[in-house]
Design a protein around this ligand. Structure first.
Ligand code: SAM
Length: 432
């Protein structure tokens, strides 16, 4: 083999080995995927290999439920974990990516060869993957089979069998990029970007690729934000000259909306690295905010605000279309822990609302304990707040998302092409 041939083949293996590391870390715990992207081997790859590693890992996570069921049908007993990961890697490429079947099998077998623990399973890996590629591709008909059992059971309990299946079916679709215009009245942006205008003013891109190269990016005329994620800040109705506080602001899509609406904004978050991204986007868009690095529950600033947004840390199960790792890295116990954090942050947020002011609480979670349950418990603890019902379609939310209780429960299948799952509610502090 010449050196010319050896180079790219070695890189192909490096990208695939990194894809395994990304996936293993994503399955291990919440946030594991992001952590693995910051370290070796992924961080040492060149741009092309990083893109390939990321794409393989995302495809694998998006299709994991279906892949595992197909592998189980071919295996008499579960192989060691490292072998299972290699089989998943090969299957993701052979079944769901443009990788030719022979290359998917060959690179996986060569990866198995490199490790003493997986070397004895080369023959098995080769046989199973070849078998899979010869099977007719019938599609993944049963949406329930695409998710961890415990999570599907939760969604069925919360929304009923039919809705749960429609939510789950969204995982197979790779979502389009949505953007929020800085100026909601920017009349030419949609045409310049060849994008579709959605209710509420978000734009849905038809093209994919490097967002920084799209028209208007460098001039700061828009930022990337899922169409559902853009709804809660609109519900706050922060007007020109009003004071607003975003208590969990980074990386900043909602803070940018509040600043663009003309509010005098304090954007607080406890994560300095995440706030760095907000600073960069503020600079790009020419918008301004006072930035505070602090724990929202311990922030001792005496000010109160006309409008307060709490986009609390949550399980993020509503974002599974863009972040399929949340399905597999989240454990049932995480949800109870996060609900405790949300309840403390809601109490802290309440103290920052001026008499007559508004509080919008939202989470990108599909779990009732993080949404409906939080509001009910909050209202029982805080007689000084009353609900301010959200009208159907308000803020660009799907009409079906408005619930009789006055809050919004946005489900990922409620708009064509999908959107993130969100819960949002608006409360008013009664005048003293
Ligand atoms: C759902 S994200 C916020 C997304 C943001 N609102 C946006 O639109 O881009 C939750 C944020 O809460 C922050 N956070 C978690 N616990 C916090 C605390 N105790 N005080 C302040 N920020 C916190 C996290 O750093 C994270 O950036």
């Amino acid at each position: 083999m010449s050196n010319d041939q050896a180079g790219p083949r070695a890189d192909d293996l490096a990208a695939r080995a990194a894809a395994i590391d990304l996936t293993t870390s994503a399955l291990d715990h919440r946030g594991g995927l992001e952590e693995a992207m910051e370290r070796k081997p992924f961080a040492d790859l060149d741009l092309r290999d990083r893109a390939l590693a990321r794409m393989i890992a995302m495809t694998l996570l998006r299709r994991l439920g279906a892949i595992d069921r197909r592998l189980q049908a071919k295996l008499a007993k579960p192989p060691p974990e490292a072998v299972t990961m290699l089989l998943r890697l090969g299957a993701a490429q052979a079944l769901y990516m443009d990788t030719p079947a022979f290359a998917a099998v060959d690179t996986t077998v060569r990866l198995a060869e490199r490790d003493r623990a997986t070397r004895p399973f080369k023959g098995l890996i080769n046989a199973v993957l070849r078998g899979l590629t010869r099977e007719p591709q019938t599609g993944d008909a049963d949406p329930e089979a695409l998710l961890p059992d415990w999570l599907f059971a939760r969604w069925r309990a919360a929304y009923g069998e039919d809705e749960a299946r429609r939510i789950a079916a969204q995982i197979a679709e790779e979502p389009a990029t949505d953007i929020t215009p800085r100026d909601p009245h920017d009349a030419t942006l949609a045409a310049e970007l060849e994008a579709d205008r959605l209710p509420g003013g978000s734009l849905r891109m038809r093209q994919r690729g490097d967002v920084a190269a799209w028209p208007g990016y460098a001039e700061g005329r828009w930022w990337v934000q899922d169409a559902a994620a853009a709804v809660p800040a609109r519900l706050l109705r922060a007007g020109k000259g009003e004071t607003a506080l975003d208590l969990c602001a980074a990386p900043g899509g909602k803070a940018l909306q509040l600043a663009a609406a003309g509010a005098r904004l304090v954007a607080l978050d406890r994560s300095e690295p995440r706030l760095r991204r907000l600073r960069q986007t503020l600079e790009r868009t020419g918008l301004s905010a006072e930035i505070v690095v602090a724990d929202a529950a311990a922030w001792s600033d005496p000010r109160t605000f006309d409008a307060v947004l709490l986009d609390a840390p949550c399980s993020a199960t509503g974002t599974f279309r863009r972040h399929p790792d949340v399905l597999w890295g989240t454990r049932p116990g995480d949800i109870a822990k996060l609900a405790g954090v949300q309840s403390r942050l809601l109490d802290a947020a309440a103290a920052k609302v001026a008499p007559g002011g508004r509080l919008v609480y939202c989470v990108c979670s599909l779990e009732p304990e993080e949404g409906e349950g939080q509001v009910q418990a909050f209202l029982a603890r805080h007689a000084e707040f009353r609900p301010d019902p959200i009208a159907p379609g308000e803020g660009g939310a799907p009409e079906a998302a408005a619930r009789p209780e006055g809050w919004l429960r946005i489900l990922p299948h409620q708009a064509e092409g999908g959107l993130d799952g969100f819960f949002a509610t608006r409360l008013v502090r009664v005048e003293e």
